[in-house]
Design a binder for this molecule. Structure first.
Ligand SMILES: CC(C)(COP(=O)(O)OP(=O)(O)OC[C@H]1O[C@@H](n2cnc3c(N)ncnc32)[C@H](O)[C@@H]1OP(=O)(O)O)[C@@H](O)C(=O)NCCC(=O)NCCS
Length: 312
């Protein structure tokens, strides 16, 4: 078997890979549109080829922001004829990780009831084992919520005054405060390794790379005393409008402000004529998940994130 990154001339080979299992995959339409947008790049796709026929025996596809490093592993495919799919996929990933100098997390999209779905469990089982061998052993389940325009558009509560600010440093400082005591797994891990303000600046930079408009971002202040309550960042990703980010500073938690901030974001999108707003949150971030349910958001899928253990 010959392992190498893909090149322009591989397009037909890449389009010929078909995943007939109940897990998300880089299907031809996705492949073509992301190669065009720059979210996929040939050098961020790795192949294992049959030495004689040149056929694709395995393929791994990473997603990234255009012009950026590989951000997330999006698809792992091994042809069903390969006797040891786990070993082949693991070797492909290890070689790519060595070339990238990083081990980006694997994001698998599943239905909400994947634990009861034998096809999804089977499709996931060998992939999970392969990525674990390549060092991605940490598992996080993120619930994917969606609001659709047949739900009511929430009215403002009047408890908050919202303002934009062109200065990223103002948002970085607000992000830093909101991240204190967060229940979000990725932020908690990042804060173990990074200074809180540096971490907040990285998050701001990441949200700036999203297709949503920077001018949509809002800081929320208490209408009663003018103190900072939190942030609300309606945004968008490749697939459409998203909640983006919201958070409440520790001293204002427990007063239901999460509902006001989420309502603000939902209303903002609804007023622009948006039909569907999507949001992800960790299964363990109970206050956030409950707020989505109260606001008429429904779980439509799960994003399983398999990543390198923090000290690995
Ligand atoms: C999630 C978050 C917005 C909830 O805000 P909130 O306005 O305090 O939410 P609620 O008022 O509905 O809180 C419900 C309960 O959860 C508790 N709670 C809220 N956030 C908590 C936290 N980070 N840690 C522990 N408990 C928390 C509240 O104290 C309250 O408890 P009570 O019912 O005993 O009074 C807030 O925790 C936060 O900003 N977290 C960091 C950022 C984040 O996770 N954003 C979502 C990313 S998708």
């Amino acid at each position: 078997m010959h392992f190498r990154p893909a090149v322009d001339g591989d397009l037909d080979r890449l389009l010929g890979c078909v995943v007939d299992e109940s897990v998300s995959w880089a299907h031809p339409e996705r492949l073509l549109s992301f190669l065009e947008s720059g979210n996929y790049r040939y050098d961020h796709i790795w192949l294992a080829l049959d030495e004689d026929s040149g056929e694709v025996l395995a393929r791994a596809v990473w997603w990234g922001f255009p012009g950026g490093e590989p951000y997330a592993l999006d698809c792992v495919y091994v042809h069903p004829s390969v006797p040891d799919r786990v070993a082949t996929a693991a070797e492909l990933l290890e070689r790519a990780h060595a070339a990238f100098g990083a081990r980006p997390a694997y994001h698998v999209f599943l239905t909400g009831d994947w634990r009861e779905d034998p096809k999804a469990l089977a499709g996931l089982a060998w992939r999970r084992e392969a990525v674990a061998r390549a060092g991605l052993t940490d598992e996080l389940e993120r619930l994917r919520f969606a609001w659709t325009s047949d739900e009511a558009v929430p009215e403002p509560s009047g408890r908050l005054v919202l303002r934009g600010d062109d200065d990223d440093e103002v948002f970085a400082e607000a992000f830093r405060r909101v991240a204190e005591g967060t229940l979000d797994h990725a932020t908690r891990l990042a804060l173990r390794a990074t200074d809180p303000l540096a971490q907040a600046r990285q998050d701001v930079a990441e949200y700036r790379q999203m297709p949503g408009d920077r001018s949509w971002w809002r800081l929320a202040y208490s209408a009663a005393d003018g103190s900072l309550v939190g942030v609300a960042l309606p945004s968008a990703n490749n697939a459409g409008p998203v909640v983006g980010y919201l958070g409440v500073v520790p001293e204002h938690r427990g007063n239901g402000y999460v509902d006001d901030l989420l309502a603000e974001i939902t209303r903002f999108h609804a007023e622009r004529g948006v039909q569907r707003v999507v949001a992800d949150t960790d299964r363990g971030n109970i206050p956030m998940a409950r707020a989505f349910e109260r606001a008429g958001y429904r779980v439509f899928a799960v994003r399983l994130v398999l990543s390198a253990a923090p000290d690995a």
